[in-house]
Write a protein that binds this ligand. Sequence first.
Ligand code: F6P
Length: 372
Amino acid sequence: SKRVGVLTAGGDSPGLNAAIRGLGKAALGRHGMELIGFRDGVRGLAENRYMELTSASLSGILTIGGTILGTSRDKVHRMVVDGEPKDMIPTIVDVFEKNKLDCLVMLGGGGTAKNALRLSKAGLNVVHLPKTIDKDVAHTDNTFGFSTALEIATDAIDRLHSTAHSHHRVILAEIMGHRAGWLTLGAGLADGADIILLPEIPYTVESIAETIQRRRDRGTNFSVIAVAEGARDVQAHADIAAAEALKASASSPQSKSAAKAHLANVEDTHREHTFRLARGLEAVTGLESRVTILGYVQRGGTPCAEDRLLGTRIGSAAAELIADGEYGIMVASRGEDTAPVPLEDVAGNLALVPLDHSWLQAARDVGTGLGD
Ligand code: F6P
């Protein structure tokens, strides 16, 4: 029978336990496999820390948030060990062989897809399952975690409306999503946020202030703004794009590392943009402007039905693909179905909100300001 290892990596995300359970129950039951779970992402894999997963250990976890296996953010080829980055791929290959594994299943987002490809290129049989609240993984309709985070962010903005209209304030709700605007756009639309700011659309304070002023002209003296953590104004976009171009064109290792440091510096100067934006809007509009950062609340707690369903579907489909010997793939969600996608097509390929996407069109149609 096949022996399978599983791990969860990157930020925790609701539905991870549902996917571990879906994979595990199908693997142990229907396919008669053995399953071990590595702790704390690829770090526990490199350190060969694992637990045997039995049907007893998979029982009762479906509704629990986080991950029973623990997680970490590490790169397999540059894992910090004793303060120094170290290539742990050879160590991981040893661990894989020592445990007589036939396959390693990695549950994670974009960073995990890259790690999965690195291990696949080193000769390991790897299957990646797409989880993230950001919904920014390429070639899959959805990622488990997104729907729950969307519900939480929507509920939070609903509640912020109370203070906004009672105090006649501008309230900016900062929402996660890394470099993609899916979560902010989804929650902003579902809430009827007055303005939605996304990483995909550079904003200007003037344009946002105009939207606020138009509302005041109609007698509405409050505004709720859904701001993606990755949203930036026009100037920041231009600065970051220039620094990125410099990095891409650097040829020698020295100029590459200088360009990398410069980019980090530029990105740093544009951090905390939501607070800066609030101060700018207060100065221009004269309305009190306040920031609420939703933070990890968005990733916590029990997964919604949709994420439990998605995790279970993708997990059990993964067991089936492993039984068929299909490796080097991500298990994508396609409508009601799943489909294997080569890791090469997924790794390093961020799925941002396309500018002609129907959600964006709907936002414009209902008169939401997009800051542009
Ligand atoms: O990728 C999920 C996510 O929650 C992003 O939305 C956010 O940018 C990031 O993780 C936060 O990372 P960390 O858990 O390392 O603070």
